[in-house]
Design a protein around this ligand. Structure first.
Ligand code: FES
Length: 67
């Protein structure tokens, strides 16, 4: 927590308006990138957010591993 929890409202996918918080929510439901894309509409537009979102999922995954 700390550093990244301040940016929960940050939009990660501007095409769909998907925020960091949305990505985290779907991640916590156990969805992978493809499923998150289908649920949220992220990655369904320009695709420019793909790197950011996949990096963020990686960070979330690493946090879980450390629990
Ligand atoms: S910013 Fe996510 S598809 Fe365009």
């Amino acid at each position: 927590m700390g550093a990244d929890s301040e940016h929960q409202d940050e939009i990660m996918c501007s095409c769909s308006g998907t925020t960091r918080q949305d990505i985290q929510f779907w991640f916590e439901q156990g969805l992978d990138l493809g499923a998150i894309s289908r649920k949220s509409g992220a990655l369904s537009g320009c695709g420019g957010c793909e790197w950011d979102i996949s990096q963020y999922l990686k960070v979330l995954g690493e946090k879980n591993d450390r629990k």
